[in-house]
Design a binder for this molecule. Sequence first.
Ligand code: PLP
Length: 437
Amino acid sequence: MKTFGPTKLDATIIPKIARQWGTPVYLHDQAYIENSCEQLLNMPNAYGLHVRYAMKANSDRTVLRVVTNKGLDLDCSSLEEAARAFAAGIPYSRMMLTTQEVASGEERAELEEMIKAGLKYNVCSMTQFQLIADFAKKNNIDLSIRVHPGAAGGGESQTRDTGSEYSCFGVHLNDVPTVKALADQQGLRFTQVHVHIGSGGDPEKWRENIDRELGFVRTYFPDATTVSFGGGLKVARMAGEKQADIASLGTYAKQRIQEFKEATGRELQMEIEPGTFVVANSGHIITRIIDKKLTNEMNFLIVDGGMELLTRPLLYGSEHPIAIVRQDGTLLSSEYDGTPAAGLKSFGIVGRCCESGDSVRLDGDGNIVPVQIVEPEIGDYVVIGGTGAYSESMSPENYNSHRKPPAVMKTRSGELVLIRKKQVREQLVQNELDVKL
Ligand SMILES: Cc1ncc(COP(=O)(O)O)c(C=O)c1O
């Protein structure tokens, strides 16, 4: 059984998609997304499970609809995300807001309307608490609180670790007694406690967090009925990466929550909010080779999409599997299944941005790392896998004035459907004003 990597690549559809919609182009897979939703919804649990999709991973409306139609609710990280999901037809009652924002003015009014319509507000700082307290009291609204656990190591890199001393997310565990005392004074209840330790870390850290979180729920939060363990469930994009075992993590959480019940008499519902796990391996980026440069130091393939579509390699040194597909749909070589063919050659694969770090593979120092592939021709395709999460939602799009590419969904029945058009040139400048200075 395949234990890592993106959904199997059908190389024959690559030229078809490229011809119809051009390159670069994002490709998603409905069946993959739905299957990962099912896997999460079937996670073992003691007294109920609520799964939210962290929509920052990919906030396209079609993706949101696929995920919410499967029964997942949403984790939003900004008012704009909540408004965007609402515009996609998803009610506020299916969203929780966990944000660094401190809404004021019109945004504050909007936030209050969203909360009245059922959005769950996850208090992430003392300031946020102080500003929401009167409104929550007046409207009889129970709150959730995000706690910074003061324990590092939950992320795949320092930049994705939200429990370390370098991270400011949530109310620090040291400050919880103060916030709790203030809430008690005002008669406010925290009915949910939330911790997100980071993204893509070792699943063992996820287990440790369950124990730690249940410990402080017991100490500080007698009103909590739901405990959220956040997202961060690791997916394996490349050979050798260890994917989070959902069944095993669920079994562990179930046992701990049952023990909590035995000790306290309280039945806690479990909540999780993965983003990566839902969509990462459903996505591919199809690029076309537009140039080749063979130098004494390195062989380069220049493709028509890079860091402006996928920034993770430059940002985190993250690795994505590469497949090389000929113009007739023949698969030349593939890292997707970890079985590279013989006759491989080293190529640095770079995009067309005027930026030396514009590559699909870099080391921690920002040096380009060659990929082992069968040598292709100009016009062939480089397909980048594991790009369903944090690529189109997170890219420095329009850098070098490249236009955001279209996105295509392969439906459950195998049909290829355009879900987002390519940006038109006017969109690059539409908000600029013709000011004469
Ligand atoms: C609060 C919160 N929840 C969930 C997630 C989703 O994490 P992942 O995509 O690793 O599952 C994130 C990601 O940064 C987050 O900040």
